[in-house]
Design a protein around this ligand. Sequence first.
Ligand code: 6PG
Length: 255
Amino acid sequence: MKAGEGHEVRTLADLEALSRAAADFFVSLSLSAAASEKRFSVALSGGSTPQRLFSLLASSPCRESINWSSTHFFWADERCVPKESPESNYNLVYSMLLSRLPVPGDNIHRIRGEDGPERAARGYEDLLRSLFGQQPFPVFDLIVLGAGADGHTASIFPDSEVVRERTRLAVPVYANAPKPARVTLTLPVLNNAAQVLFLASGRAKAQVLHEILEDGNPKRYPAGLVKPVHGRLTWLIDRDAARLLAQPTFPRGRS
Ligand code: 6PG
């Protein structure tokens, strides 16, 4: 189903098929970057949905297909907890992916949640400016996002003032979010990416996806406000999450 210029929604049979499609997607973008001898910058999210993707990327054949030395890892958001915490998005990605791959330590650019929300957000913003240059917003090659049943994405929650942030790259998040405090990339950064890939699985997401992708009011939901200005937006969703969509599509040979 086409959801607009540069926007695509693909429905897969289940989380396994969705994760395999996401892994193919990741490999293909990383190969394009390698073909032009460019660094491949990717920002990842936490949550349960991307975990199978992380395992696939760390296993054959993906692990041999990707040039890990030119792949740079960032995070879309983080909880303000120590990096060893089971709540840490860095810890999730490190344990399922990075610890199993030859990624140089200099390519891992985490949000230092243990520094507390203000310092961690400033530190991350400084890091992004130093790596991407002084242009107003970095251009990530790929940002992988999830969507909550309440329509949040990264750590941008409905009715949070973060939705209105226009200048900062990363901000602390206290209100309207579950504890602990968090740090999140802002909407201008998400919307400046070359490619945003949303992953959504399960019946609990069906209503909000219907409202975001079809005739509801997408702007009520932070996930509905993600529309890259110059880049592409792709939603990979499974059949359960797509059950309230009018025209779920099942690409041949994939579902
Ligand atoms: C996090 C996220 C968050 C997540 C959504 C979806 O760290 O929790 O970055 O935005 O992507 O809550 O989570 P699920 O994949 O668990 O549904």
